[in-house]
Design a protein around this ligand. Structure first.
Ligand SMILES: [Zn+2]
Length: 229
């Protein structure tokens, strides 16, 4: 029997912070510890091969740079409802996707929610806001404060604060939401209705990108929003 810790050649997958794996070899068979069972990005179970001086993952990760999700939201009414959670009006079937704790699983939910009319994106426990950055452009972001308590984004550009009980934002056309059963009389203190120019908006969501840091010292931008038509 032998136990050794070897460098991991992850082939683009995210399986271990240290990029090492402990290999136990016994009777010609190898078992592994110290790494995740599935890739945190693509949700695949890696096939590992022990070589002379490393452990290699056989198949490459299909998303070595993570995933940037781009969806569009149609806002004919010129009003959007902005909050963390628009269930049960917009709901995805949990079972249909990769694990939600992976980048791929979250990207699949973003796409599924967009297809039923809700711009959705995971933001962790960050309580971000919707900020105006131009006449037809916005960001969903968490500002930081400097030592004098000045926020990194001007407060008068904040159009809505998002309380993140669900660790996500959910944005929909106000009239579309009402037509599906949304009740303005039941909106909570952290639900907002924001006026925007009517049109089609592109949401570019960044939290699944390789190296994205929700705890960065600078303003964290979860999504860029732009009117494209
Ligand atoms: Zn992977």
């Amino acid at each position: 029997m032998s136990i050794q810790t070897l460098p991991l050649k992850a082939n683009g997958h995210e399986l271990s912070h240290e990029n090492e794996v402990t290999v136990l070899q016994f009777d010609g068979r190898a078992s592994f510890s110290g790494i995740a069972h599935r890739c945190a990005v693509c949700d695949a179970k890696p096939t590992l091969q022990v070589t002379e001086d490393s452990v290699e993952v056989q198949d490459p990760c299909p998303y070595p740079n993570g995933i940037t999700t781009e969806i569009t939201l149609s806002v004919p009414s010129g009003k959007i409802v902005v909050t963390d959670d628009l269930r049960p009006v917009y709901r995805w079937e949990r079972d249909a996707f990769a694990d939600y704790n992976t980048v791929l699983g979250q990207a699949q939910v973003v796409e599924a929610m967009a297809s039923i009319g809700c711009a959705y994106g995971p933001v962790g426990n960050s309580c971000p806001g919707l900020y105006r950055t131009g006449p037809d452009s916005y960001i969903i972001a968490s500002p930081r404060c400097d030592e004098d308590d000045n926020p990194s984004l001007p407060e008068d550009t904040c159009l809505a604060s998002i309380c993140t009980d669900l660790w996500a934002y959910s944005i929909a056309d106000f009239e579309h939401w009402k037509a599906r059963g949304g009740d303005p009389g039941e909106m909570g203190w952290s639900d907002s209705v924001v006026d925007v120019a009517p049109g089609t908006y592109r949401f570019t969501h960044h939290s699944g990108e390789h190296g994205f840091d929700p705890y960065a010292d600078e303003t964290v931008i979860f999504a860029h929003i732009e009117r494209i038509a």
